[in-house]
Design a protein around this ligand. Structure first.
Ligand code: SAM
Ligand code: SF4
Length: 354
């Protein structure tokens, strides 16, 4: 089927670097399989290539605690889930994982956890400081909503980036799915992080129950407004032990379209090929890398903890050890003719150049 006129116009606008408005974004998100999707994905791939070349940066992730004070409807780590065994990885094991990453030449370590009040700001800062002593890493922290003082301590300890996904730009849906929390508070923190000098990451899930294509367009526009350095966009995958466990998973095609449109709107923003995309489909991450993504986050958590960090079931890599995860990811990058990025892979924006 030939391109519909309205779609062709929006794509043309995207190709000429013209600012896509909300209507254009909605049109592009509804690309039909065949020529329209091929046109959209091909353009996103070209924009990725022009801005980041063929390098795929690896961000080694250590999931250091699965305790969480929150009760997000979509997440298996929610506090009401009594079926999982909770853990905190001792600092020495975190440092051993960081050393392993240093040996393999990783440029970034991501320290991620549930919102675990067990850790004070000072303890998180100490963790960052110790990890930074292990190698010449950029450190990303991803531990949810904390006080301004805690973010300050983490920054002073040398953290370079902070990842706090806005999850959904629909404020009603946000508070429904994340009881006791608001989108406004989340955005306030993203602004604090920006002011503190972090490279800021945010992002959203695709296919949340109650989400519409208009919401997804608003997600992309919010990421643009926040001017993020990284945007994690991945499919929602239902977890049995949650209130939305019976919902359908996010659609991989729609996830790829959101990623591709995000690449057009945010040409210089790092976009990961998410583990969730790799969980939905065995080639999900390769497909994402062909639609604008330029980053992958291999799991470096010690094998004994992995199965317990069950945000959603059958998470890709949860039965592997760090060697296997690293090997699989480097070969998938090579398979598609790309190369593993060198250095820290900072944001290409002028203000973050080394
Ligand atoms: N607790 C911190 C937070 O919420 O920001 C960081 C850890 S949290 C597990 C990391 C990310 O997991 C969230 O930002 C969310 O997008 C994602 N996530 C949670 N449940 C998910 C699900 N069922 N499917 C896909 N992604 C999910
Ligand atoms: Fe906790 Fe984050 Fe999961 Fe929400 S998404 S329950 S804050 S770990």
């Amino acid at each position: 089927m030939p391109l519909r006129e309205e779609f062709a116009k929006a794509l043309e606008k995207g190709a000429s670097g013209g600012g896509l408005d909300r209507e254009d974004i909605i049109t592009l998100l509804q690309a039909l399989p065949g020529e329209e999707e091929e046109g959209l994905f091909g353009l996103a791939d070209k924009v990725r290539q022009e801005n980041f070349g063929e390098e795929v940066h690896l961000r080694g992730i250590i999931e250091f605690s699965n305790y969480c004070r929150n009760d997000c409807f979509y997440c298996g780590l929610r506090r009401s889930n009594r079926e999982i065994r909770r853990y905190r990885i001792p600092l020495e094991e975190i440092l051993a994982a960081a050393e392993y990453a240093a040996g393999l030449g990783y440029g970034t370590i991501v320290l991620q956890a549930g919102e675990d009040p067990h850790y004070s700001g000072a303890e998180l800062a100490e963790m960052v400081r110790r990890v930074k002593e292990v190698g010449n890493f950029a450190v990303t922290v991803c531990v949810g909503e904390r006080s301004l003082e805690d973010y300050q301590l983490i920054k002073e300890a040398g953290a370079d980036r902070y990842l706090l996904k806005h999850e959904t730009a629909d404020s009603g849906l946000f508070s429904k799915l994340r009881p006791g929390t608001t989108l406004a508070e989340r955005i306030k923190r993203l602004n604090w992080l920006r002011e503190l000098g972090f490279q800021v990451g945010s992002g959203n899930m695709v296919g949340l129950p109650g989400q519409t294509v208009e919401t997804l367009a608003d997600d992309i526009l919010l990421l643009k407004e926040l001017d993020v350095e990284m945007a994690g966009i991945g499919p929602f995958i239902p977890h049995e032990q949650t209130p939305v466990g019976d919902s359908s998973p996010g659609d991989l095609g729609l996830t790829l379209r959101v990623l591709a449109v995000a690449r057009l709107v945010l040409p210089k923003t790092h976009l990961p090929a998410t583990t969730a995309a790799g969980t939905l489909h065995p080639k999900g991450r390769q497909m994402a890398l062909g639609c604008g993504a330029n980053v992958i986050m291999p799991n470096l958590s010690p094998a004994s903890y992995r199965a317990l960090y069950q945000i959603y079931p059958e998470k890709a890599g949860s039965k592997e050890d760090a060697d296997e995860s690293h090997g699989k990811i480097t070969s998938l990058i090579k398979e598609i003719g790309r190369s593993v990025g060198s250095g820290r892979g900072d944001s290409p924006k002028d203000k973050f150049r080394e």
